[in-house]
Design a protein around this ligand. Structure first.
Ligand code: ADP
Ligand code: CP
Length: 308
């Protein structure tokens, strides 16, 4: 039996509400299967598309309907409860169907960051919708920072500081030790700084793969599985000479990072998180694969394993 941290990609969960509904259904079965076979599961999910949509709807409402505007960190909190609740429904229903008595809970999670983190000055986290080049140029003129995102179109990017500490780490450990299927650190957690007046949330979107490594350590997970939009990590991604990889050692990861094989706003944080997890304990591996390949990947039949 092992305790597995499953990190679910925000883009892999789907950009639209119906995509999200379908994705949570796809993933609920294999997660409950793991539980049935005696494993314990901790889930961390992304929120890139969802937090962008929440923020732009709130911005539009504030402009057109005279409703109040809300900070980005509030939108991160909303994305945690919104995605968490969808996951809880899908997992709960599957648990009942399989005759399992485990419970599932989402913890609203704040994550400490450094207010002087240089990432605040250099936005790298893509959020919201994908735009054409022309639309992106218009949005840049309106003050947004835009990037080209892995051949999928142009997206707004926001600051993504490095997560330092999960505020609710003891609660997460207690719930996990009690056999609860835990959903925490959603959207990378609500970015929060320590000030003389106390804790204060701050506008940014933390990378959930980096937060997953902290959560895995806080809840004593022995495996990390990163589920995203591709079955395998590649070199020369999206080029005619693309090569899909079944395994990468830490040394190979370093080499490919130095070659610029992994973009900052998408695959790079996953590889760096995977490497951090592998380094955190002897014999640890990280699996990166797609949402629908969790079982095959866990059986060693597909995906990319990052190993020592
Ligand atoms: N070298 C690479 N190998 C595989 N996928 C890559 C690579 N470089 C960029 N990508 C892209 O990165 C995506 C994963 O990043 P992203 O969509 O941000 O993740 P998430 O699913 O966590 O939201 C993949 O679906 C793929 O489109
Ligand atoms: N917060 C975060 O990492 O989201 P994505 O998984 O959508 O990039």
């Amino acid at each position: 039996m092992s305790r597995i941290l499953i990190s679910l990609g925000g883009n892999a969960l789907g950009t639209l509400y119906n995509d999200l509904k379908q994705s949570v259904e796809i993933i609920a079965g294999p997660i409950c299967d793991l539980v049935k076979h005696g494993h314990e599961v901790v889930i961390c999910h992304g929120n890139g598309p969802q937090v962008g949509y929440i923020k732009s709807n709130i911005d539009r409402g504030a402009k057109e309907d005279k409703t109040e505007n809300l900070p980005l960190f509030s939108c991160v909190s909303m994305s945690q409860s919104f995605i968490g609740a969808e996951l809880q429904n899908a997992i709960d229903n599957k648990l009942k169907e399989m005759g399992l008595k485990n419970e599932v809970a989402t913890v609203v999670t704040r994550v400490i960051v450094d207010k002087d983190d240089p990432h605040f000055k250099n936005p790298t986290k893509p959020i919201g919708a994908f735009y054409t080049k022309e639309e992106s140029e218009q949005l840049e003129k309106a003050g947004k920072t835009m990037i080209e995102d892995s051949g999928r179109g142009y997206r707004e990017v926001v600051a993504s500081p490095i997560p330092i500490e999960i505020v609710e780490k003891n609660i997460c450990k207690t719930l996990s030790n009690a056999g609860t299927i835990l959903i925490a650190g959603g959207g990378g957690g609500i970015p929060t700084i320590r000030t003389e007046e106390g804790l204060k949330s701050i506008d940014a979107v933390i990378d959930k793969d980096r937060t997953s490594v902290l959560l895995a350590s806080d809840t004593d997970c022995d495996s990390l599985v990163i589920l995203t939009g591709v079955e395998k990590v590649s070199i020369n991604f999206n080029k005619p000479n693309q090569k899909d990889l079944s395994q990468m050692t830490l040394a190979e990861c370093e080499k490919y990072i130095a070659e610029g094989q992994f973009p900052e706003g998408s695959m790079l944080p996953k590889i760096e998180a995977a490497m951090d997890f592998v380094k955190s304990g002897k014999g640890r591996k990280t699996l990166i694969t797609s949402l629908d390949k969790l079982v095959e990947g866990m059986n060693g039949k597909t995906g990319t394993f990052i190993v020592e």
